[in-house]
Each structure stands twice: as C-alpha cells, then as structure tokens.
Unconditional design. Sequence first.
Length: 386
Amino acid sequence: MFIGEHEQGFAMEGDLVEIEVFRKRGFRSKQKGEIIKVLERASREILARLKRTKRETVAVPLHRNSGFPFLSIAPKDDLPELESGTLVEVELLEEKKQTKKTFPAPCGRVLRALENTSDHELGFQLILNENLIRTEYPAEALAHVNNFSQQVRFDASSGRRDLRDLDFVTIDGKSARDFDDAVCVIPDKDSSGGFRLFVAIADVAHYVQPEDPVDQEALLRGTSVYFPTHAVPMLPEGLSNNLCSLRPQVNRLTLTCEMRITAEGEVVGYSLSESVIRSRARLIYEDVADLLEGRTSSIRDPELQTNIRKMHKLAKILERKRIQRGAVQFSFAEEVFEFDADQQMTGVGRIYQSSAMKLIEQFMLEANETVARHCVKNKMPALYRV
C-alpha cells in the first residue's frame, strides 16, 4: 500500500492506523491510500526542542519521521522555567477529533529537560528514540518472570538429562553480561583418539511460551540491541541476565547437542536433549588465548588448563577438516571503540581473531551443522541463512 507524504496525516513510524483505500493507483501502480486515524501509537515519548514565541510554545521533534512539524504545548503542560531551544522529552497527547478533515496538530506535555544529560547518554537516548527501541517492559511481562523460582533444581521426573557432572565452561568477551552457551570436551571411550563434544545453550523456550506476556513483548522487540557500552535486552533481566544466563556454579536448564567425533574430525554419532548443566567457570577470550598461545594466563587451575588444551586440540582438528572441505577462511580485524572511565570515546582499536575465538567458532559450527543435518534427515522445517 502506497501512502503519499500528504496522505500520512500525523501518523508516526510504527503506529497502528486506519486507512482509506483509493481506487486510483499510486506510485509504480501500487494500491494507494490515506491515513484517516491513528489507532495506537508506537511511542508516546518524543525528543524535541522547545520553541517559544510571544503567542505560543511548541516542541519541534528531532525525529525526522515524527509525522508532524511541531507539538503545541499548552500552559498547563509546560515547564515555564525552560528557555527556548532547550532539548526536552515530550509526552504526546492526542486530540479527540481524529478524522482526516478535522485532525488538529497533536499537542504535548513537557516531561523533562535533557540539557544536563551527558553527550554520551544523550546520544544513546536519541538513537533509542529515533529507532523506536523499546526499553521498558510491561508489568505483565515482569510479573510473569517473577513467578519463576530463582533456584533451578534437577527433577529426575522431568525427562531432562543430568549433565551437571561434566566440566562445562563459558568463554566470552570481557564485557559480556549474559552467557548463552557453554562447551565441554571429554574423551570418547568407544573411539581411539576420539572426542565427545557437548555444546549447551540456555533453554529459553522453557521460560517463554508462545503468546505469554514475555513472548508478546519479545515479538515487538525482535532482538536485543547492543551498543558499545549499553545493551537493551529482548528479554527481561530476570531471564537474559539470570535464569537464561549460564553463570558458573549454578544449575541452569539447557538444550544440549552431544557429538561423538573421531580423531579425524568426523561426527559419527550425536544426541539432542533437554538437560541441566552446572558451568564450572566463566572464562574470557583473552585469558584462554594467553594460555593457548604461550603467554602468562590468569587461568591457574591445572585441571581447567588441561580441559582447555583438550578443547583446543579438537578445535584444530575441526578447522583442518573444514579447510580440506574447501571452507573459505576470513581473517579480518574487528574495529572496536575504546572508552574512558566516564564512558567517553577515546579511540578506535582493532581486535584480531584469537585461538580462543576460533575454538568457540569451530564448536558452534559443528553443533549448527549437526542440528541442520538432523532437521533435514527428519524433514523438520527450519530457517536457513546464506
């Protein structure tokens, strides 16, 4: 449906609207229509600049897709101490008359001034606002999460596989707050020189069911949003940073792919199961890379060192197999922003893929390929990415 610039009324991007469909075709012969009513606003908070004249006060939105040039500010909804030009957060107020012929310019209520906000924080707020990124969770979603027990206990009658005796570890970046996956490698007693690789991911589906309050909010968000120093999670903190985060020394519900791999890197057996694990350690890429590349590492536990070297041995075998299979190897530096203690950017650095990053990459690739083959073999619908 094509809606021309002059037929958009005062609708904003993301709004739920009622339209009138025209018989005449519009741009590139597309069906043409006109917005006649805004049924539901995607957002009611707008960033704007105050503009004061002798006759009136208005707020001029910063968002280029706001749908209107300004918001009228009534005296009762103003903060008179703020000067013209002040950057403010404004709540959108709807007029009662919303037909296309009598729809007056929407008005607003000044909520607060943003002039005292740091440049860093202000930039963050501008990006959130302009891209309609949701930051608040509905009370129903938070209440739903609060109903879950904070202690995960193994229930033998649940049908879950108890893998808590295995030495799972998570390996992530320094700044990671939530840990989605954990890995473990042990010898395969049924294969000379073979391995058993376990890749476990948090069982989010246990906590988020179709159409429940958390699922509905997650559908609106679509994804977590990551900034250099901030993150806006798709799921409430109680899940993303707690129950669905594979923290060390606590029980967590997971989905686990176990693969039996030969000394040549061939998968000769696998199983997929709902499980319970207990991560032994939260490791970071730099420390693991120091250990594997011969530098002084903060990882002192001899047993943990042995397990990491065992994982590295398997990762090298899997990498060699993929290269022989014709895999294209990319080795690009990743640019990262550097910040001081006040979160002000001080420069741009480069990070090259370390042996620790390659280790996790190889294990995740193997698990993904195994699950993909399982889906194809059993004619299960699946999403594919090229």
